[in-house]
Design a protein around this ligand. Structure first.
Ligand code: PLP
Length: 392
């Protein structure tokens, strides 16, 4: 490396190191359920998004292998060329039925979905209103769209209403996570859809961490709030988290899907998901729908851990889901806490700015339906010891 590129890269990394914000990759090897080997140590995962343990479910793995036998490995082209195979259409049909929607379209990832759908729907004549804590891919989708982006304070519907009231734009979209990825809380969708109706806006809901989990039926955060089927709602879910696979989907009206097939650039110009992945994901959707017990266990585990942490005096913000933040504040202290847990056999990732706002560095603890009660009890015991040791 030489010249300005050397200066830029070295300067960036130096600053990140000095502020305790450098990121690096960790290998999780030999995964067996929630146990992995990392840095020569066997540790229990408490930071995976495989909330229902489906990435290792025997029936899902079997479907994946069957899919590879049937379709091979890659899809060979984008969906609009020769990449659409039976498995893509079958998955769209399956997720449409699960979501009780009119139509569905599959994307390669949640990132692809947000950075394709938002720019397909919004343009320079649009105002976008996004919660301050939405996921990075929503922001990037908004930037790509060239619309005016306004941010309202987290979950603050009054401020959102003020912004909508002042808006003179031709088109308006409200953008929000379903389950907030770093906070584990949820937006008041009923009130937000009421505002959408009142101020002629549409709501794009990115339910990456709620799809397959939230609501009695696991359909998602829209189901939890009883607002599925609203004409003002565009619902996006991912397959990479609760469904244990990868990819994403949008559900809505037939015309919306037809429009996105023609206008969503990340859908049009990218090689389609491997069909075997779609074949396996169909099985995962079946399990999410049928295995009520698995979803019940997840909720019980999350409540047990959350209450335990609160009893120890930790701040878990407004989480009421399987994503449980534990706010430490200081960037270096959160890393020390994570390292202390690692030494005691638990892998919990520290999350620092810019992923979360300055001064709110935290552990992002996630629970799975596959954690046993004693796993959680042991984590709580380790947290109690470290709380005293690190004077938290
Ligand atoms: C809220 C939210 N949206 C979108 C994504 C991206 O989804 P994917 O991992 O499928 O690209 C994530 C990933 O963590 C997320 O948390």
């Amino acid at each position: 490396m030489t010249g300005f590129l050397k200066d830029t890269i070295e300067g960036f990394l130096k600053e990140r190191r000095e502020r305790g914000l450098e990121r690096s990759l960790s290998l999780s090897a030999h995964r067996e359920g929630l146990w992995v080997e990392a840095e020569g140590r066997r540790v229990r995962l408490f930071c995976s998004n495989d909330y229902l343990g489906l990435s290792l479910h025997p029936a899902v793995k079997e479907a994946f292998i069957e899919g590879v036998e049937r379709y091979g490995v890659g899809s060979g082209a984008s969906r609009l060329v020769t990449g659409t195979q039976e498995a893509h259409l079958e998955l769209e049909e399956r997720i449409k039925r699960f979501e009780k929607a009119e139509a569905a379209l599959v994307f390669n990832s949640g990132w692809h979905a947000n950075t394709s759908i938002i720019p397909a729907l919004a343009d320079r004549t649009t105002e976008l209103f996004a919660d301050r804590l939405v996921h990075a891919s929503i922001i990037d989708g908004a930037i790509l769209s060239r619309a005016t982006l306004r941010r309202y304070p987290h979950l603050d519907v009054d401020r959102l209403e003020g912004m909508l009231k002042r808006s003179r734009a031709k088109k308006r979209f409200i953008l929000t996570d379903g389950v907030f990825s770093m906070d584990g809380d949820t937006p008041p969708l009923k009130e937000m859809l009421y505002l959408a109706e009142r101020y002629d806006a549409h709501l794009i809901l990115d339910d990456a961490h709620g799809a397959g989990i939230m609501g009695e039926d696991g359909r998602g955060t829209h189901s939890f709030y009883g607002v599925e089927g609203s004409e003002r709602l565009i619902y996006i879910g991912t397959f990479g988290k609760a469904f244990g696979s990868c990819g994403a989907f949008v559900v809505g009206g037939r015309e919306l899907v037809d429009y996105l097939v023609n206008a969503a650039r990340g859908f049009i110009f990218s090689t389609a998901l491997p069909p075997a992945v779609c074949h396996a994901t169909i099985r995962a959707v079946d399990i999410v729908e049928e295995d009520v017990e698995r979803r019940r266990r997840l909720k019980e585990n999350a409540a047990f851990l959350r209450e335990g942490l609160k009893a120890l005096g930790f701040d878990t913000l407004g989480s009421h889901t399987q994503v449980i933040p534990l706010v430490v504040g200081d960037n270096r202290k959160v890393v020390t806490l994570s390292e202390g847990l690692f030494k005691r056999g638990f892998w919990v990732q520290p999350i620092r700015p810019p992923t979360v706002p300055e001064g709110t560095a935290r552990l992002r603890i996630t629970v799975s339906s596959e954690h046993r009660r004693e796993d959680i009890e042991e984590l709580l015991k380790a947290m109690e010891e470290l709380k005293d040791e690190l004077k938290l």
